[in-house]
Design a protein around this ligand. Sequence first.
Ligand code: CO
Ligand code: CO
Ligand code: CO
Length: 327
Amino acid sequence: MGPEDLDKVLRLLPPGDMREEILVGLDTQDDAAVFQLDEETALVHTVDFFTPIVDDPYAYGQIAAANALSDVYAMGGVPLTAMNIVCFPCSLGMDVLAEILRGGLDKVRESGAVVIGGHTVDDEEPKYGLAVTGKVHPKRILTCKGAKAGDALVLTKPLGTGILSTALKGGFLEEEDLVEAICGMARLNRDASRAALDAGAHACTDVTGFGLLGHLLNMLPEQGLGCEIKVSSLPLYPRVEEMASMGMIPAGAYRNLDFLAGNAKFAPDVSDVGKYIVCDPQTSGGLLLAFSPEGLADFATCMAEGHDWFLIGEFLESEHPLIRVIG
Ligand code: CO
Ligand code: CO
Ligand code: CO
């Protein structure tokens, strides 16, 4: 669902229950809920599932699981248990479903968590994902708010998965063209999360359906802080620019761009392609992090070789939550 529709539905509901154990609940834009058990332990709860974005069922399972686990990592947590959520048309064949589940299982295992159950529903269109429970120290929770003016903005995976999967569905790309993107989407945000905690990140979230700008906007408080990003410094998966130029823009990118209206200001040298890229809904995207200059140096050290990360912008003082996008 787009951010606007989700907002509308939530407004129709009574406010969430207030309990002192709820450290992170419905009232913030955070990735997962956090419920405190005792001085040392809080549980992190999250759920995520979606329709296939690639044809290979094993890769789909891996990506769906990495995506669901990511919301635990975005809170600085460690995943403990996971439950499969499956909607599946039996006509597709049980061997296909087994491959999806094997992909998910392998990814959960890699995270150190265990799959301990699940639920299946007969449905016309396949959907797969997980409900994940993790743990976090109550005093070491990463949340989406907390960035300060002067902080560096870091992203830990390239962008463009929505554009690429749109091109794949439209027959303009083959699955082989998406190898890097598939690897990226299947990659856990575990190491980046650990490094972010160790380096004292001020704020953290992950980039998924609302696109880079939508999730970045969630990092900005009601007042006092803005952000500037440079389109030419953004990391992209191969062929994203080419496919975006051909018009392979997912509907969600238009929705996300509309929703940002008053909160994003594009410099004249930002092309339409650039606008859609920064609003492209991501699947299993990277972490978006805010660091002080010292924190950034520590993060660079923690993210030893083989770990991608990209400096993509800077937080600035601003009366209103405003994202300035330059070319
Ligand atoms: Co998230
Ligand atoms: Co989520
Ligand atoms: Co968080």
